[in-house]
Every structure is written in C-alpha cells, then in structure tokens.
Design a protein around this ligand. Structure first.
Ligand code: AMP
Length: 369
C-alpha cells in the first residue's frame, strides 16, 4: 500500500511512522530540502506547481493525502485527475480561507463567533456587524496565531486593517471563552464515523502548549461536538481525520477553525488512545476498517517549542513518551512533544508538575485542571 503525502512536516512524519506497522509505505512531497518527514520516508523535493514531478509522484501511489491545509488547491486537483486525493480537495479550498470556512460552518448549522468580510474601501462597515472587541484575521495563510490582531476600539481596528496592506481580511467578534476544546473525528469511505473524546487546549502567544484528553468535565458537550463533526464530514463526503477547534462559552460550543487533517491536539492519541489519529487517517484513506477512538486512561500532551530540553530527566518520568521531530531548534518552532499518560487526573497532574520542574519546561502558571 503506497500513500503520497503532500507536505513533509512533523504531521507527515508521524503519518509515515504510523504506516510502517501496517505495511503502508508513505512518500512525502515537499519543496523544502530539510522537510523533517524526509528523515523517515522517501522525500520528493519539488515545487507544488511542478506538473512533471506531481505526475511522477501520483504514478507510484495508491492514494494521496495532505498534512497541511495550505497546499495549493490546484495541486490537489491536478493530482486528483490521476489518483484519489483524500480528504477531498474541496476541504482544502474551504478551510484554507477563513471566510469560506466560516460561511460553510454556518451553512451546515454549526455556530461560530459573529464574523464579516472586511471591505477595504469601507472597513468600518464590517466592524458595525461584529462590534468591539474583535479579532482581525487574514483570510489566508494564518497559523499559530499569526496573521491576526485583537482590537478594542475603532482606531485599533483600523490600524490592524492597515497593517496587512490590502490582503483579504475578515473580522470576528472576540469570544470571552471559558476554554478551548477540539473535536477530532475520522470518517471512512462508507460514511462510518468515530470521534475521539474532546480535548482541552491551552495556547500561549497563539501556539498550542498543552492538550488534556479527555477534556475534564466534557461528557455533556461531547454529543454536540460529535453532531458538528458529523454535519461537517457528511456534507463533504469527507474521508480521513478532521479536527474542529471550538470555544466553550457556558454550555455552548462555537466553532473557531477546521483543520482537514491530523492535528496537533490529537498527538496524545499515539499512546493515549486505542488507535492513533495517524493510523486512523491512513486506515480511512486506504478504505480499511477504522480503529477504536476510545482513550486509554488520561493524557497530557506538551509541545516542545523553540528548543529541546535535556531528554534524560523526561525519560525518567513514568508514563512520559517523548517525540522529537528532527528539526533544527528555532524560536517559536515546534520541535517535538511529550505525552504523559496516567490512570486518572490526580496522577496525571502530579506527573505533569514533576515533568515541568525536572525538564524546566516553561508552561505558564495558568495550567491547572
Ligand atoms: P486561530 O489561528 O484562529 O486558531 O487563533 C489562534 C488563537 O487565537 C485561538 O486558539 C484563540 O486562543 C485566539 N482566538 C482566535 N479567534 C478568537 C476569537 N474570535 N475570540 C477570542 N480568541 C480568539
């Protein structure tokens, strides 16, 4: 079984690693010479608009998938003429543009924060629709909190709009959420769908730092989240893993973002669930039976950002699983993660505190559960 993966970052790397025990051989396609998935799988290095290279890539694969949503849609569509691309390129088209994404969410009946496209000739109009405070976001290309700014006044809003000099923008109401959650689901070609438990996510400076799974006290929210996943995936005849980022406000869930791929907040599933998100993604796109998404105990996933701490103290902690991505450390860069698994939250919390101090991880004070 041969799978082609567009993009060769850590998600591609973990997909390729999940393929080995199943006899699935992955090849990654990425223009970057140092794409870290290239350390564990054959790497085709060519631009995303190189028709000849894409044709060769497709020739040797049974199915093509992608590991980041900024792959050009034309690339996916070109490949689709030769070999199945799963999830559908339509998902790329929708979810790489924050406006199309929010409109689609609305269309399938999933609540979102109030939003409006910004008319650069008359930016104040959009603000009138959502009010202040608000968040100005570029429609495309934003990730890890990049390409967005919070504004509390009309003046701040106009400055934020001017900052991106003519790029297509959207403005959203600022949501005073209680916490951020993500819902991760997998859908097979026959429409069978499974969801992982909800995950509680903590961001700092726009980057995910910590995920807890299952999210504490989230059982009552799970049916709603599952229904949202189902609506999204059924509407697209989606095949593969999809992540829906949510804001919790009281007992309401508002959709922030959709990732048509495996997701950082699902890394805990490698050790903390019966079947990892990576394996389930491969099973889905290869039309194999899906695996159980049930958790095994409770897990905490901590991202390693910017640099790699000494590994020995981490490895000494019972239940700690270290994953390094083979990337050169650089400020703000995700270079690895650690998943801690335990039987219950009490032991997990103890182990997490021990790990934070032993490994000198800089998790902010607010981490409490
Ligand atoms: P995003 O790139 O849209 O996922 O945003 C990154 C982070 O910014 C989110 O995880 C939230 O912490 C915060 N954020 C984004 N949009 C909003 C919003 N409308 N209201 C409040 N916080 C937001």
């Amino acid at each position: 079984m041969e799978v082609g993966i567009l993009g060769g970052g850590q998600l591609g790397r973990m997909l390729a690693l999940a393929g080995y025990p199943l006899g699935v051989r992955c090849t990654v396609y990425d223009p970057a010479p140092d794409a870290c998935a290239g350390q564990v799988a054959p790497h085709m290095r060519a631009p995303f608009d190189d028709a000849d290279a894409l044709a060769r890539f497709a020739q040797d694969t049974q199915v093509i998938t992608y590991e980041f949503e900024n792959v050009p849609v034309e690339t996916a569509r070109r490949l689709e003429a030769q070999v199945p691309v799963r999830p559908t390129p339509r998902a790329l088209e929708l979810f790489q543009d924050r406006l199309l994404e929010k409109q689609f969410l609305q269309q399938v009946g999933i609540p979102t924060p109030a939003f409006a496209p910004i008319d650069l000739e008359n930016p104040a109009d959009a603000l009138e629709q959502v009010g202040c405070p608000c968040v100005v976001k570029t429609r495309r290309g934003g990730y890890d909190g990049k390409g967005q700014a919070v504004a509390h006044t009309l003046d701040e809003y106009l400055k934020a709009v001017a900052r991106w000099g003519g790029m297509p923008l959207i403005v959203e109401a600022f949501v005073p959420f209680e916490r951020e959650l993500s819902a991760i689901g997998v859908r097979g070609r026959n429409g069978e769908m499974h969801a992982y438990p909800l995950v509680q996510n903590h961001h700092h400076e726009g980057i995910l730092r910590l995920s807890l799974a299952p999210a504490p006290d989230s059982n009552t929210l799970l049916p709603t989240a599952q229904e949202y996943l189902k609506r999204l995936m059924d509407a697209l005849q989606y095949v593969g893993v999809l992540a829906l980022e949510l804001f919790q406000v009281g007992d309401q869930l508002l959709a922030n973002e959709v990732a048509p791929r495996v997701h950082n907040s699902g890394h805990w599933t490698i050790e903390g669930a019966h079947t990892s998100q990576f394996e389930n993604h491969l099973r889905a796109i290869l039309d194999l039976p899906l695996g159980s998404t049930a958790p095994r105990g409770v897990s905490a996933m901590v991202n390693l950002i910017g640099d790699i701490p000494p590994i020995a103290p981490i490895l000494r902690i019972e239940g700690a699983h270290l994953h390094l991505y083979g990337k050169t450390p650089r400020a703000g860069r995700k270079v690895g993660h650690i998943t801690l698994c335990a039987d219950d939250y009490k032991s997990l919390k103890r182990a997490l505190a021990r790990m934070i101090s032993r490994a000198s991880l800089s998790l902010p004070e607010w981490v409490s559960f």
